[in-house]
Ligand binder design. Structure first.
Ligand SMILES: NC(=O)c1ccc[n+]([C@@H]2O[C@H](COP(=O)([O-])OP(=O)(O)OC[C@H]3O[C@@H](n4cnc5c(N)ncnc54)[C@H](OP(=O)(O)O)[C@@H]3O)[C@@H](O)[C@H]2O)c1
Length: 272
């Protein structure tokens, strides 16, 4: 899927010259980084996997004649979050994309508490702290764009992914509210809520996905939606899932999600 010249122009003029993408080493973040670079913005690529980030950096600089910076940071700790912020302080960043995140699955009380805390820190705490930093910076400069990776699981409780869906409910709610709070400052905020996407996510979350979107299929609609709405459900599959659930009451959605997630996690061995 291609970005139109109009969207490329708009992205560069409204949010350029620099962007930051967390979670750029894989999946959705990587696909967004490629499209942002195609629009002509310089990109800071962040994550923990230095090799993957460096390979992407070389590819983007060769293909799009932009400048990239790689910042290796583990944002599951506040030290890692402040390290990332410090390394970026002098760059004129106008677009922040929070794609770093991961999921866990299975019965909550049988899960590893450390992993659940880490997920909450990456998906919600780090995202909030970075959004606070860039929200203030962008408001002062009276321009900027923020994209927060939410999910369709953030719209109701999801048994078998209870904490993950709760982290995404946080992201969705924060994004919707900030869309309105930051509008008077000429800062655009977008919550991007895809359905299943084929990336590194399923393996880490110990899930089996059936049909899933490709990261490239959702990157373009997400970037197109920034500045136009507060939430995007990117990709045909996401839209079908959301439309199918539209008239179902919240308790019914929870039951459906329980079945869906039950199927996605049924291979898991029962732990005691
Ligand atoms: N895939 C889906 O079905 C789906 C659906 C809806 C929403 N989402 C959301 O979309 C976002 C991107 O997920 P994805 O599908 O692209 O998964 P992915 O391919 O596994 O990518 C996740 C990214 O997050 C980074 N990350 C994870 N832990 C980190 C940490 N402690 N510090 C810094 N970076 C960290 C990873 O980088 P390193 O490994 O290099 O650290 C990686 O670049 C997530 O927020 C996810 O919740 C995914």
């Amino acid at each position: 899927m291609k970005l139109s010249s109009r969207t490329k122009h708009r992205l560069l003029n409204t949010y350029g010259p620099w962007s930051l993408i967390t979670g750029a080493s894989s999946g959705i973040g990587e696909a967004l980084a490629k499209k942002v670079a195609e629009a002509g913005l310089n990109v800071v690529l962040s994550g923990r996997n230095e090799e993957a980030l460096q390979a992407l950096s070389n590819h983007l600089e060769n293909d799009f004649r932009i400048i990239t910076e790689v910042v290796v940071a583990d944002i599951s700790t506040t030290t890692g979050i402040y390290k990332l912020i410090e390394e970026l302080e002098d760059l004129p960043i106008g677009l922040f994309i929070a794609s770093a995140g991961f999921g866990t699955s299975g019965v909550f009380i049988r899960s590893n508490l450390e992993a659940e805390i880490q997920m909450l820190q990456v998906n919600s705490l780090a995202l909030m702290m970075l959004t606070h930093y860039f929200g203030r910076k962008f408001a002062q400069q009276k321009r900027g764009g923020i994209i927060l990776m939410s999910s369709i699981v953030g719209f109701q409780g999801v048994p078998n992914a209870a904490n993950y869906s709760a982290t995404k409910a946080y992201v969705q709610s924060l994004g919707e509210a900030l869309y309105h709070e930051l509008k008077p400052y000429n800062v655009d905020v977008l919550a991007a809520a895809p359905g299943p996407v084929n990336s590194g996510f399923a393996t880490i979350a110990n899930m089996h996905m059936g049909s899933a979107l490709k990261p490239e299929e959702i990157a373009v609609p997400i970037l197109k939606a920034l500045g136009k709405k507060s939430t995007i459900f990117p990709g045909a599959l996401t839209k079908i899932l959301i439309l199918g659930l539209r008239t179902v009451p919240r308790w019914g959605k929870i039951k459906i999600m329980e079945m869906v997630m039950g199927n996605m996690t049924k291979h898991q061995k029962v732990k005691s």
